[in-house]
Design a protein around this ligand. Structure first.
Ligand code: FES
Length: 78
């Protein structure tokens, strides 16, 4: 089965704007749905830092992400 790829930007602006919280929150989901989610980090997506934190889900870019929003999107897609 294809896993959902979730990539959190950990460039400095994204990190300062909450990427750390996203990663912490994701680790719980990651443990629970290990076979369904592939979790990665990346550095600066196409200069979108203004809308930090940025997350890419299966290649689709989401801006100003929050832990609640991310959780909701992931649970809908797995
Ligand atoms: S640091 Fe995340 S998009 Fe630039």
């Amino acid at each position: 089965m294809k896993r959902l790829t979730v990539e959190v930007c950990i460039g400095t602006p994204c990190y300062l704007m909450g990427a750390r919280e996203l990663i912490d929150d994701m680790s719980e989901l990651q443990n629970k749905y290990e076979d369904k989610i592939k979790f990665k980090t990346l550095h600066c997506i196409e200069e979108r830092c203004e809308k930090a934190p940025i997350v890419k889900i299966d290649g689709e870019i989401y801006e100003e992400m929050t832990p609640d929003k991310l959780r909701e999107i992931i649970l809908k897609r797995i």
